[in-house]
Ligand binder design. Structure first.
Ligand code: GRF
Length: 233
């Protein structure tokens, strides 16, 4: 059985693209549907190009119940098992959270629980990281609950903050690691779903920070793969 996945995106969709592009052997997850709240989301074009079904579900000026029921119907029609938020800027209605317990992931571009919550998206996150003087940041993958950025953490990966960083340079460095971490975390969850086991939080290898400092995508990708393999036991 393969695990059917829906991605929710409001923006350009570079994370969605990284999910589409990641196709390891014996892949458990299969992206079947892209849902967006915005008709101008770049992610929609990426989905059309990849032959993935799309659905626009507006959220503005609608009740959470109305959005939730329309969303649930689209998910049920496509027999979706797992939901991945990839730059989706809306709260997920309670009816969806209840229907998908520990089956919805989000990616956040900083190390939660710091630098999260309402209003903490895009440039604001990286500005806050720089203002704090933190020397390490990096993406967080977490399960989604009814609030912003508060669900249980599944995986995080370090990215160094460098002197002279601007919000833009820092965002670009973090985004590269988002594109490595999210597809692997999503596939890890899909494998757990397929096997009927709980996906346990990822443990960072001791040298993750030093490797991240000498950033090479291949090395970091290899380290992330090894950490997920270790988490599967
Ligand atoms: C990413 O930085 C992600 O962490 C956050 O929203 C941004 C989406 O970027 N949740 P993209 O649309 O995937 O390029």
């Amino acid at each position: 059985m393969s695990v059917s996945v829906a991605v929710f995106a409001s923006g350009g969709g570079s994370n969605f693209q990284s999910l589409l592009d990641y196709q390891p052997e014996d892949c458990s997850g299969r992206i079947e549907l892209l849902i967006s709240d915005r008709p101008d989301a770049g992610a929609l074009q990426r989905a059309e190009k990849a032959g993935i079904q799309t659905r626009i579900i507006p959220v503005k000026n609608r009740s959470q119940d109305a959005v939730g029921l329309e969303t649930l119907e689209a998910l049920e029609q496509n027999e979706i098992h797992v939901i991945l938020l990839a730059g989706y800027l809306r709260l997920i209605p309670p009816v969806i959270i209840q229907a998908y317990p520990r089956l919805i992931l989000n990616i956040h571009p900083a190390l939660l629980p710091s630098f999260g919550g309402k209003g903490m998206w895009g440039r604001h996150v990286h500005e806050a990281v720089l203002a704090s003087g933190a020397s390490v940041t990096g993406p967080t993958i977490h399960f989604v609950d009814e609030e912003y950025d508060t669900g249980a953490i599944l995986a995080q990966w370090p990215v160094p903050v460098m002197s002279g960083d601007t919000p833009e340079t820092l965002a670009a460095r973090v985004l590269k690691v988002e594109h490595l971490l999210y597809p692997r975390a999503a596939e890890y969850l899909c494998r757990a779903v397929e096997r009927g086991v709980q996906a346990e939080p990822l443990k960072l290898p001791a040298d993750a920070v030093s490797v991240a400092e000498a950033f090479s995508p291949e090395t970091v990708a290899g380290q992330i793969d090894a950490a997920f393999r270790a988490a599967e036991g």
